[in-house]
Design a protein around this ligand. Structure first.
Ligand code: HEM
Length: 489
């Protein structure tokens, strides 16, 4: 080897090793001087969020974070720039109405690119303008106009469950509750139901919705990859892209069809968006109506269906609770309405307990620390830190809910102040669920009609159905791992 090439390779070696030392030293310096470095948590969280990402992708993030709270306390660092808090006063500050902790950009990646709606938007001025408009038709007293439609759909769901029990010997209630919730929100948003209860089958829109939902963990973890999906020649990416595109197209067509019907017949049945059509500057644009309606379908279908399914399952495992509920429901008149159901204490306690233990959105609700920074549980969080709370942990705090894993509706007879504060199945504050009253109405009607029709419902072991099917898989929403819940009656 000649002298210049030896000198050249030595220089290269010196350059590479000093670059490596510089990179490592810089990384260590950043980790050590990061203001979050004193926050308790696993060592790996100081360097990387890789464990958190892994748990998120496999549907166990909420459980992983809960185990960290048990080990490290009310505040834990889960990634270099992300902490979780399980402290009531912190949660009240983070989620308060008019608060400064905005939704992080993470929400925009939960849905297909380009969809901005009341759920995803982080700009507070735009959010409150949208929310002010949308809240009217969703108010408890305004929803009464939709009660006959919802009751009608619930009765149809009960009939279809009965038919499936006849010919199959068991009914998949997860499927039927999903069809119910999707048909209801479809009709209330687009003026036309998806007719899934009638056909007993999922249509293309719902299949697309499932693709979009099941890709939420990938979408939020690899947003750029998903944005480039249309150019990636792999079938899976193409199908994600196509699903998102078809959903947008369907929402557009549905809104246009409803507008035409409304022009031809001004008394055509109302939707949650009717008052905004042609409302001019003060109302919503067509795009906002379309994105809003599509958002309602995502937010209002799985959530309600999963709550109902786990409620049924919990009662199957506690026949004494089921009997008490059935006895209370027997006191109802034949033509009972939602007004009667609001007064049934045990029914409402059972629903509260199902929402506590089986919250459909139990995982992190990420928010961004405002420019002035924050101090929670004695630790300073710099501006821009992602701070998360999760219902999964609040709802299992033994200091607030004694014997937390026990399904015990009677705990809601006289709830403490802390129980009410810690109860967050619908989120809290300015971003609390917009569909909360609709969800409650659907839950009351569905549970009451179901247990009047099937007072002896019990879990089935047909077709290999077992508790394994009901193990929760949690990404942003929760679902039973087996995607089914077979019952007999
Ligand atoms: C049992 C059923 C339901 C549960 C457990 C549930 C849960 C939640 C939760 C936890 C949030 C807050 C998310 C966050 O802060 O990041 C939320 C927001 C929202 N939910 Fe629900 N939801 C349910 C039913 C519904 C229904 C039926 C609709 C119908 C349209 C709906 C529409 C929305 C909307 C639009 C938001 C965003 C509100 C905002 O950011 O201002 N939800 N929901």
């Amino acid at each position: 080897m000649d002298l210049p090439s030896v000198a050249g390779s030595s220089l290269l070696w010196i350059f590479l090793s000093s670059t490596l030392i510089w990179v490592i030293t810089r990384a260590i310096y950043r980790v050590v001087t990061n203001p979050l470095s004193s926050i308790p948590g696993p060592q790996i969280s100081k360097w990387s969020g890789v464990v958190l990402i892994y748990e998120w992708l496999v549907g166990r993030r909420a459980l992983y974070v809960d185990s960290l709270h048990k080990k490290y306390g009310p505040i834990v660092r889960v990634a270099p720039d992300e902490v979780h808090i399980n402290d009531l006063s912190a949660a009240r500050e983070i989620h308060k109405v008019g608060g400064r902790y905005l939704k992080s950009k993470w929400y925009e990646n939960l849905v297909p690119p380009g969809i901005v709606n009341v759920f995803t938007v982080s700009d507070p001025a735009y959010h409150s303008a949208l929310r002010r408009l949308l809240a009217g038709p969703m108010a408890d007293n305004q929803l009464k106009v939709f009660e006959p439609l919802i009751t009608d759909r619930v009765r149809l769901a009960i009939r279809r469950i009965g038919e499936e029990l006849e010919y199959r010997g068991a009914a998949d209630i997860y499927k039927w509750w999903l069809f119910l919730a999707t048909d209801v929100i479809g009709e209330l948003s687009f003026g036309d139901s998806f007719r899934m209860l009638e056909t007993g089958k999922k249509n293309q829109y719902i299949l697309d919705l499932e693709v979009v939902s099941s890709f939420q963990p990938i979408r939020t973890t690899f947003p750029t990859l998903i944005r480039l999906a249309r150019y990636v020649p792999l079938p899976i990416f193409r199908s994600v892209f196509e699903s998102g595109r078809r959903m947008g197209m369907y929402a557009h067509q549905s809104v246009e069809r409803y507008k035409k019907l409304l022009q031809a017949e001004p008394n055509y049945p109302k939707t949650l968006f009717t008052r905004f059509y042609n409302a001019g500057k003060e109302g919503l644009s067509d795009t906002e109506i379309r994105n809003g309606a599509a958002g309602y379908i995502v937010a209002g279908s799985d959530t309600t269906a999963v709550t109902l399914t786990y409620l049924n399952w919990a009662l199957c495992r506690h026949p004494e609770i089921q009997e008490k509920l059935v006895a209370e429901l027997q006191s109802l008149p034949e033509d009972f309405t939602d007004k009667h159901l609001r007064e049934l204490r045990y029914l409402n306690n059972v629903i509260m307990e199902a929402l506590r233990l089986y919250s459909a959105a139990p995982s992190a609700l990420p928010r961004v620390v405002p420019p002035e920074g924050a101090t929670f549980a004695g630790y300073y969080l710099p501006p821009g830190t992602t701070v998360c709370t999760q219902a999964y942990s609040f709802h299992r705090d033994p200091a607030i809910f004694p014997d937390p894993e026990r399904f015990n509706p009677s705990r809601w007879d006289n709830p403490t102040k802390e129980m009410n504060y810690a109860f967050m199945p619908f989120g809290a504050g300015s971003r609390i669920c917009l569909g909360i009253h609709l969800a409650w109405m659907e839950l009351r009607l569905a549970v009451a009609h179901f247990y009047r029709a099937f007072p002896a419902a019990r879990i089935s072991t047909k077709e290999g159905m077992s508790d394994e099917d009901m193990k929760p898989k949690i990404s942003f929403l929760m679902a039973p791992a087996g995607h089914r819940c077979l019952i007999e009656a």
